[in-house]
Design a protein around this ligand. Sequence first.
Ligand code: ZN
Length: 226
Amino acid sequence: MTTTRTPSRHPAGPKPLLSGQHSLTELITIRIFLIAPFLALVAIVVLVWGWGLSWLDVGLATGFYVVTTLGITIGYHRYFTHGAFTANRPLRIALAVAGGLAAQGPVISWVADHRRHHAFSDCEGDPHSPWLYGTSPFALARGFWHAHLGWLFGRDKTNIARFAPDLAADADIRMVDRLFPLWVAATVLVPAGLCGDPRVGGGPGPGSGESAFDVQQRDPSRALRQ
Ligand SMILES: [Zn+2]
């Protein structure tokens, strides 16, 4: 018995998923751009360790990075903007504060902007569409600037009553929103204070009331031994 086989399950359907392979030059370039910044970070840590950097600095940087990043991605974005999951009151407040520590703006207006973006993605009404000015090279350059940074300097405010009435009706969230300047101050001053950086008010250094900077000024060899 013979069967006839069609050459493809979708003879007139979608085109193949792949279309060749990246060249060696592309692969090397991509690896350099991905790996070099991390190597540079490791190198600078090695170079300044002991007098410009300590485990406390590393811990603070890591801790604040994780908290503020998750505050935006899980809090401001997935939870408050898109309602991707439910949270009890303490977690809801904590997510709003963590997002505020990222200094990207008060939670209610951030959410209103982002909901407006989704409602009008890349069309008129999108707060940061790159297509606002047309498709000529100059218009695209202007749009590129507007979409990435320029929109932050605009004066238009997204209507909270239309895009974030749920958050505006929540007294807890209104309070966290109003306290945004406090979260920004905290995200700058708390790590500096904990490190005892003399340039920002000067908190206690590790165990002695002086910072690594002070130690190095007085006795560079002792600082290097720490
Ligand atoms: Zn989104």
